[in-house]
Design a protein around this ligand. Structure first.
Ligand code: ARG
Length: 587
């Protein structure tokens, strides 16, 4: 369904075209100055610049050739050539009813769906997730939901970091702890035990220790490197151990992502493309893309657009080990060949920007990317109230379960202060606090543009006022409760009547959902959705102050208001769902 703004833009586009001007300049936007009109079209200014005409004359010519005049209550020229637009209430009525009757409440779809792979999450086996992985998970999940709604064929991949030096570190650390394990016996040829030799707690304790030791001790570090190379060459005992580490880790990660309500279509990792690498490297060599540099095999990259040099991408190190970039290159090959990707999005920390520039350049140069578009969707850091990357009380790294627990505790405190859900059962109250806590985490993460660094303050973000997930849940639940009470009294929604002064602003917000979705989609920026849903909640509150729905005695008016409330809830729930936020039944 075409949106109201798109429809107006096309009416104005026609009028611009009739005057020999690019129809794109007919774009109509919501007015910044509502007292002058509901919408505005500012295209006459750039148009007049091109044709060296007086912009007011151009704007007047556009107005003179405008079609469908019956829908406008007012059209006026202002300032140097702005066109202010106000629609008739009757026209608004037609529109709002069409949206209310649409199961997608007016949300748009892309004209040509693509196979889009979204690479996000990206946790590393045995290492605890840090706030960068959390952000990637929350932003990536929102994008996968949005792309899906827009009709793209989305495949999400968690792309586990399961093949780096950390695996060698874990192997040597385990060897130090339990040197007699069968996995370290080079004579043994298997089969290896099906049961892992360690638990998830062991695994989580081992990595920080291994990494600290390796940092201090160059000999240990060398041993870990060596173990990594042997693993990568397929030493059976190491490979069997690696499989245990990866399995244990994946189980814990699935639980963590599950508690955030995040799903991945694919649980592939760096290790999955290792079998593709030798052949890929050979082919690239025979095609002349690979050069030797200080014992390593590298791909020299062409300078970027502004003549900026890019460091070569290292494919194989002098010790034969492969790099992060090699693995990512092979993954692109797999995604293009096996999954027929038309587009791959990488929702990864902005600090990896250079890596992706090198990777994309190499993938294009060598033809590995084929026709697929490659795009890095970077984000900044999330700091704690102390201005340093956010951590839970456990210090060092962030444990997701601890973070969720802390948010839930804060939410429970705020609920108590605001006297919310205090007379419910303990169980229900805790569940609401959990949903509020998760909504707080996600909304705080998504509300600023992803590239800006932001501050996460659990105390503030669980408050029920201001721009918070908690406030939005409360607003949505309040509408639910109005609708429920109406139903109990036998009142149902009916056709929406032409708006008057009390309803018009809410309608104006309800019309803007398609642009919020489109904006978020085009810019890969869920903050547009956050902004929209907050403004919508505010508009509803103002509407509700003037229109007490349930006591209203005029039956048609009450039914119309109920329909507006219902539509408002549908739009809010749709957007919150895209943010990965679940709304409780009551609060
Ligand atoms: N595991 C990586 C890290 O922790 C992130 C992976 C991002 N995805 C990718 N295809 N490189 O930094």
């Amino acid at each position: 369904m075409k949106s109201l703004l798109a429809t107006l833009s096309s009416i104005f586009g026609d009028a611009f075209e009739a005057n020999g001007i690019d129809r794109a300049l007919g774009e109509v936007v919501v007015s910044q100055r509502p007292e002058l009109g509901q919408f505005q079209c500012n295209g006459a200014l750039p148009a007049a610049k091109q044709t060296k005409a007086n912009p007011r004359v151009t704007a007047q010519a556009v107005l003179d050739s405008l079609g469908q005049r019956e829908i406008f209550a007012d059209l006026s020229l202002a300032g140097p050539g702005f066109i202010n637009i106000t629609l008739t209430d009757e026209y608004l009525r037609g529109w709002i009813n069409r949206i209310a009757d649409d199961p997608r409440v007016g949300s748009p779809t892309v004209p040509e769906p693509k196979n889009v792979i979204i690479d996000f999450g990206g946790p590393n086996v045995a290492k605890a997730m840090h706030v960068g992985h959390l952000r990637s998970t929350i932003i990536g999940d929102s994008l996968q939901r949005l792309f899906h709604l827009m009709g793209e064929r989305v495949t999400s991949d968690v792309h586990l970091g399961d093949w780096g030096t950390q695996m060698g570190m874990l192997i040597t650390e385990l060897k130090r702890r339990q040197p007699d394990l069968i996995y370290f016996d080079p004579e043994f040829t298997g089969p290896y035990p099906a049961e892992p030799p360690i638990t998830i707690d062991d695994l989580e304790a081992m990595y920080p220790e291994a990494s600290a030791r390796c940092k201090e001790d160059a000999v240990l570090m060398e041993e870990a490197r060596q173990a990594t190379v042997e693993l990568q060459r397929g030493r059976p005992g190491y490979f069997a151990l690696w499989r245990h580490f990866a399995n244990i880790s994946a189980t814990a990660l699935k639980r963590d992502f599950g508690s955030l309500g995040v799903n991945f279509d694919l649980w592939l990792g760096e290790s999955d493309v290792q079998p593709l690498i030798p052949e890929m490297v050979e082919r690239l060599k025979s095609q002349g893309f690979v050069e030797e540099s200080q014992g390593a095999q590298v791909i020299h990259l062409p300078p970027e657009a502004e003549g900026k040099e890019l460091q070569p991408l290292i494919l194989v190190k002098s010790d034969g080990g492969v790099m992060y970039g090699t693995t990512d290159l092979a993954t692109i090959q797999q995604r293009v060949q096996e999954f027929h990707a038309d587009q791959i999005l990488y929702v990864v920390d902005g600090r990896q920007e250079y890596h992706f520039r090198q990777l994309f350049s190499a993938a294009r140069l060598t033809g590995i990317a084929g026709a697929a578009e490659l795009e890095h969707v970077p984000f900044g850091t999330m700091n704690g109230p102390d201005g340093r990357p956010f951590k839970t009380r456990a210090g060092g790294v962030m444990k997701l379960q601890l973070l969720i627990q802390m948010a839930q505790e804060q939410a429970a405190l705020r609920m108590k202060e605001a006297d919310i859900a205090q007379d419910y059962s303990e169980e229900e109250r805790l569940e609401i606090a959990r949903l509020v806590g998760i909504a707080a985490i996600k909304y705080a993460d998504l509300m600023n543009h992803r590239t800006s660094d932001s501050v996460f303050d659990p105390e503030r973000f669980t408050r029920f006022e201001g721009r918070t997930g908690a406030y939005l849940l409360y607003a949505a639940v309040r509408i639910k409760s109005i609708l429920r009470k109406a139903e109990e009294r036998g009142f149902g929604p009916g056709p929406i009547l032409a708006p008057g002064d009390r309803e018009r602003d809410l309608l104006m917000m309800l019309f803007q959902l398609p642009e919020a979705l489109q904006g978020a989609y085009e810019r890969r920026a869920p903050n547009f959705l956050c902004e929209f849903v907050y403004n919508l909640a505010q508009s509803f509150n103002r509407f509700y102050q003037n229109c007490r729905i349930l006591p209203e005695e005029n039956v048609e008016l009450r039914a119309s208001w109920l329909a507006l409330a219902r539509l408002c809830l549908l739009e809010m729930e749709l957007v919150l769902r895209l943010l990965g936020i679940e709304v409780p039944e009551r609060m």
